[in-house]
Design a protein around this ligand. Structure first.
Ligand SMILES: Cc1cc2nc3c(=O)[nH]c(=O)nc-3n(C[C@H](O)[C@H](O)[C@H](O)COP(=O)(O)OP(=O)(O)OC[C@H]3O[C@@H](n4cnc5c(N)ncnc54)[C@H](O)[C@@H]3O)c2cc1C
Ligand code: SF4
Ligand code: SF4
Ligand code: SF4
Length: 381
């Protein structure tokens, strides 16, 4: 199997809108038109660049509206697959955290591996939409509404304005001031989603091409089908290009590990922050790998004598019992917590400890975790 390819769309309209070589949009289109899948789940731009909307389509003509990368869309897609699309045969674009979460749900039998074609996107990180707007006002000195596109390139967050001019600020400078990528993204060490059938990115690629790593026989087949039916053209990357890609990936991983040390050793991780908890359960509801059919927190022994939800410490103890092995550090819980409790930090720290003890990496290790309960196979309907 050829492991790496550079891919370019043969469709000029896709090339015009795509982030790189339009490989993703063209392969998605081929999957729909060749009837390999029934539908495609990906992200499209809403009113502006801060608005990434998950979208499901069965019409190949819709896909042109989804081309391009949205770095201010920290959307988690796996939950949508598990809740609404598990009986369909679909293709889905996955950042590494999406792919890890889908993998964890697959291990719990919540999604059938054969039904899902994962089109992976390498990921250097996402910025919260509100943070992006504020930092653009502060650091770029412009009205965020005048931004027509954004990209992360060579360590900078670059915005393009209505008049075609660009402004760029180094991500390190933004993050030193508490802006830039979400904190969990700064700590994220999975940059290439190798659990996806293919992993697509720009590191190492020739201009106008997408650099694609083929990870599975399914991935190999869908690329070959797209070539055979004229959707894409391909060329092999040089040794030098492969090395560049690997070098950038390793630098990103090193930076993430360094940030883990810095961020996970602060007092903010102490469990007393849970006393702030309102028991709204948003963190549980949004967590992609927390989706048992009957949540332990809803079981009668927790509310035998009253309708009160359990004490926050008990609630988070129960969640900790489940998340210690499963957390994929997607940051969704922290994003939605109204009390700004650093949940992803806390859960990632515990997952890393579990990893140290058992070697189990959530969303990556093929086997199920050691302290896995059969009850978790019952995924929400
Ligand atoms: C947040 C983010 C960060 C990235 N960081 C890197 C990086 O550091 N290094 C690197 O090599 N590559 C990175 N990529 C991948 C790169 O930007 C391109 O997506 C990839 O090269 C494919 O290009 P293409 O022209 O083939 O894709 P296109 O044909 O333009 O298709 C892009 C596809 O991605 C989907 N998409 C857009 N935004 C999101 C999102 N937020 N979540 C899920 N799906 C989405 C779209 O719906 C579309 O289907 C990143 C992508 C994203 C979304
Ligand atoms: S957690 Fe990792 S994969 Fe997910 S958006 Fe952040 S950097 Fe990307
Ligand atoms: S989202 Fe925050 S406040 Fe709500 S239950 Fe979770 S930790 Fe508590
Ligand atoms: S605990 Fe938080 S960071 Fe971990 S997988 Fe769940 S939502 Fe994501």
């Amino acid at each position: 199997m050829v492991k790496y390819l550079q891919i370019k769309s043969t469709d000029a309209s896709i090339l015009e809108k795509a982030e790189n070589g339009g490989a993703v949009t063209s392969i998605l289109k081929s999957l729909l038109e060749l009837k390999t899948v029934e539908g495609v789940l990906n992200i499209k731009k809403g009113n502006d660049v801060y608005d990434g909307i998950p979208t499901y389509t069965t019409n190949p003509d819709d896909l042109i509206n989804t081309a391009g990368s949205l770095h201010c869309a920290p959307t988690m897609i796996s939950d949508i697959v598990a809740r609404y699309l598990k009986d369909e045969v679909i293709a889905v674009t996955t950042k590494p955290c999406d792919a890890m979460a889908i993998d964890e749900i697959m291990k719990r039998s919540g999604i059938n591996r054969d039904n899902v074609f994962m089109i992976g996107l390498n990921c250097g990180g996402t910025v919260r939409p509100t943070v992006a707007e504020e930092m653009i006002r502060l650091f770029y000195d412009i009205d965020p509404e005048t931004v027509v596109s954004e990209e992360i390139n060579k360590g900078s967050f670059i915005v393009e304005l209505e008049d075609g001019t660009e402004k760029s600020v180094k991500i390190d400078d933004l993050e030193d001031e508490g802006y830039g990528r979400r904190e969990n993204c700064q700590r994220c060490e999975l940059k290439v989603p190798r659990k996806a059938d293919i992993a697509c990115g720009n590191w190492g690629s020739s201009k106008g091409y997408t650099f694609v790593e083929i990870n599975t026989p399914k991935g190999e087949k869908i690329v070959q089908d797209a070539i055979d039916n004229g959707y894409i053209e391909v060329k092999e990357p040089s040794e030098k290009q492969i090395k560049i890609r690997s070098k950038v990936e390793n630098i990103m991983i090193k930076m993430a590990k360094k940030t883990q040390k810095k961020q996970l050793n602060t007092e903010a991780n102490e469990f007393d922050v849970f006393t702030r908890c309102l028991k709204c359960y948003r963190c549980r509801d949004v967590c992609p790998v927390c989706n048992c059919k009957v949540c332990s927190l809803e079981k009668p022994y927790f509310n035998e004598n009253s309708n009160e939800k359990p004490d926050p410490l008990l609630m988070h103890g129960v969640r900790m019992g489940h998340m210690s092995f499963s957390c994929v550090n997607c940051g969704q819980c922290e994003d939605v917590c109204p009390m700004e409790i650093p949940l992803a930090k806390i859960y990632q720290r515990v997952q890393l400890k579990y990893r140290e003890e058992t070697g189990y990496v959530s969303g990556v290790t093929t086997e199920k975790p050691m302290i896995y309960s059969g009850d978790k196979e019952e995924i929400v309907e």
